[in-house]
Design a protein. Structure first.
Length: 558
């Protein structure tokens, strides 16, 4: 019972749990999958080989792995925000029919530091990383298998009985620092058949306390719809507008399902769906000309064109059945006051093409300088993720593509980037690192974005970011927080972004669930009464990814 006592001491501040008591009746599980729907519909990633099958049968998920060729797996994964110093529990109710190899029927956990998998054979179970085994009949009925881990200790319980005591044996290094739970047939080589009634887990964390007085509002939420990537702008009449994706598939690439718009007439406190399209005054020149500098982003074509696109060296992803997407070039869309439209094509800085970010984050218009941040991958460079800008210094008359930052030794590359004039004669660019275990990085330009200083550590973890300058001169950076106490956070700077008050990080939301990638992309605006409205998308306990916002007051300037 040693791990039970250690884990209890580690987590007593957050969860009432009696590890010494079988049943775990007091646990409030972070994620529970029950076989009332397919795992993918419940937010689990799927890895299903073409020769294998998965179906719901008699309140259980029936998995068959009938092939042993490379890629013939039949498993599901989910994010596992565990920390070794705080502990976690992973549990599943399973009946084995057959399994002829390691990881053929497996329950696997990786906490970012260590990982191990429990393989179920017909006549025994085996904790592969620890090299520990327990003999039993796994085929006679459903049994509940529970893995408890903390530090380098791991236990396996079967039907509330401790059967494997892996004290000091949870030591296998997590592959590339991954944090994941996987269940099913994880091995291509093995063949197996099994039934799964449920899979559940909990990770023990110190909860974050949301900002007192913050008011959350749901802008758009619909079962079965993946609502994502909201924009945010304030029209000339003061109303707030947002547009966002309403996708039928949980995908950042496949836009099937379309989009929607909403409007608020009271500074973000209430919203209604609208068909109205309002002009964004930020994009207008004094003479009424509208400029939108951007990356073309994903361009969708029939899959039969893949060889042609590959020959161009473009970055390609599969969008949906029969369709691929590839990255296009930089461009500037121009609309003249008389309605005449023009598209200015710019050369791509990298053969793979470039991607854009939220205009509200990546776009800057200060005096004669117009600029938007884009990103892509430099060829023949280790972790070649780099950031450029589509830029004009003569009020939109001419345009160029300039470099903001490239990969750094020991850090890697960067992609999604927020830019802001800091009010001190500088432009700041806050960049998402390609290596998401790193803090966000930033760099500064003192010549209107033409040249940039070296990337510097911001001191805070979270991404992607949005930076705005407040009425009192401070900078506000809001960002997604995609690990335990998942949600939205913010930091302030009183020196133009050169240092951030990380010690007093503001927690706007700490109740996100599921896949960390389905959370964030916040955008903030300061309203006429001084309060901040922040919009974002977030995933809830019911696995509905939706558009939400928070109205909140700034702490006083010190």
């Amino acid at each position: 019972m040693r791990i039970a006592l250690i884990a209890l001491s580690l987590i007593a501040v957050t969860v009432t749990v009696a590890w010494a008591q079988p049943g775990l009746q007091d646990i409030e599980w972070d994620v529970i999958y029950t076989a009332d729907k397919m795992p993918k519909e419940a937010g689990w990633g799927k890895d299903l080989g073409p020769s294998n099958s998965a179906e719901l049968v008699d309140d259980a998920l029936h998995l068959i792995d009938a092939a042993s060729a490379t890629g013939e797996r039949n498993c599901y994964s989910n994010r596992f925000p565990a920390r070794p110093d705080r502990g976690a529990i992973l549990q599943a109710t399973i009946k084995v029919v057959s399994n002829d190899g390691p990881a053929g029927i497996c329950l696997m956990a990786a906490d970012g530091t260590h990982e191990d998998g429990l393989t179920l054979y017909p006549d025994h179970i085996e904790l592969s990383g620890a090299g520990l085994r327990y003999d039993m009949d796994t085929t006679d009925d459903f049994h509940t298998y529970c893995m408890r881990m903390a530090g380098t200790a791991i236990e396996v319980w079967v039907d509330d009985e401790l059967v494997i005591d892996g004290w000091g044996k949870f030591a296998k290094e997590a592959y590339h620092g991954r944090r994941t739970v996987v269940f099913g047939s994880i091995s291509s080589a093995a063949k197996s058949e099994s039934y799964w009634k449920d899979v559940r887990y909990v990770t023990f964390t110190i909860p974050a306390t949301p900002l007192e007085g913050a008011e959350n509002v749901i802008i758009y939420r619909k079962d079965g719809i993946y609502a994502c990537f909201p924009s945010l702008m304030q029209a000339e009449d003061g109303r707030l507008f947002t547009g966002f994706g309403t996708r039928v598939n949980r995908s950042h690439i496949d836009g099937t399902g379309g989009s929607a718009r909403a409007v608020s007439s009271d500074g973000g406190y209430t919203w209604e769906i609208t068909d109205e399209v309002a002009d964004n005054p930020r994009y207008k020149r004094a003479d009424g000309t509208v400029f939108i500098p951007q990356a073309q982003g994903w361009i969708y074509v029939d899959e039969e064109k893949r060889p042609e696109i590959e020959a161009q060296g473009r970055t390609i992803m599969k969008a949906r059945e029969g369709t691929i997407a590839y990255l296009g070039d930089p461009e500037v869309l121009v609309t003249r006051p008389d309605g005449e439209k023009e598209r200015i094509e710019l050369p791509t800085p990298t053969p793979g093409g470039v991607m854009g970010f939220h205009h509200a984050s990546a776009f800057l218009h200060e005096g004669p300088v117009w600029m938007t941040a884009i990103y892509g991958t430099e060829p023949d460079v280790d972790d070649g993720a780099a950031v450029w800008a589509v830029r004009s210094e003569d009020d939109g008359e001419t345009w160029e593509v300039t470099k903001i930052a490239g990969p750094q030794p020991g850090v890697g590359g960067f992609n999604e980037t927020a830019i802001c004039d800091n009010g001190q004669g500088e432009i700041i660019a806050v960049m998402r690192p390609r290596n998401t275990s790193m803090h966000s990085y930033q760099c500064f330009s003192n010549d209107g974005g033409k040249t940039w200083g070296p990337p510097l550590d911001t001191g805070f973890w979270g991404y992607p970011s949005n930076v705005i300058r407040l009425e009192d001169g401070r900078l506000l950076c809001t960002f997604g927080y995609r690990r335990e106490s998942m949600g939205i956070r913010a930091v302030l700077s009183s020196d133009g972004g050169h240092t951030w008050d990380v010690k007093n990080t503001i927690v706007l939301r700490a109740d996100g669930h599921g896949n960390g990638g389905d959370n964030g992309y916040p955008l903030s605006l300061q309203m006429d009464d001084g309060h901040i409205f922040t919009i974002y998308y977030i995933n809830d306990k019911e696995n509905v990814t939706h558009i939400a916002g928070t109205n909140w007051e700034l702490p006083e300037k010190k």
